[in-house]
Design a binder for this molecule. Sequence first.
Ligand code: ADP
Length: 165
Amino acid sequence: MRLTLIQGDITTQEVDAIVNAANSRMRGGGGVDGAIHAAGGRAILDDCVQRFPHGLPTGQAGWTTAGELPADWVIHVVGPNWNAGQRDPSLLAACYRNALAVADELSAQTMAIPAVSAGIYGWPLEDAARIAVETVRSTPSKVEEARFVLFSKEIHAAFEAAAAE
Ligand code: ADP
């Protein structure tokens, strides 16, 4: 697997699947979740309601259509909320591992991934970057390119540092 890092907006990525940092209600939210629903249109929310009537637990992953986005699928993961006391690193690692497993189910060859839990959920940046890079690198999958799409210069730099370790 090729691991790449870019600074940018995940909603414009031309990949098979993009990962969403969702919340356990699975009905949209702020941050990257809001951006994905806004750009992909109503079809994503409709699919969430149908496929996840009771939401999704922290650490789990599931897929929906990507609506009007260039990608074919959105793989939703629910990151642990550091600010609410969910500070178990294995929950954050599970998000990436489960996202790759869903990508394999979908036969997605390219995927774009944001910095899960590193925004509203408040996970310390360096730690979030290290867990993300280590987990994606060490998880066996058929995905050919895992592209981290980092929204700010600061987050991009943290991921670059983690990848260089
Ligand atoms: P969480 O609630 O899991 O922390 P957020 O969406 O608040 O999720 O933040 C996760 C990361 O996604 C943050 O680094 C944030 O800067 C980033 N982000 C926000 N919008 C986008 C976007 N359009 N593309 C890529 N990353 C984004």
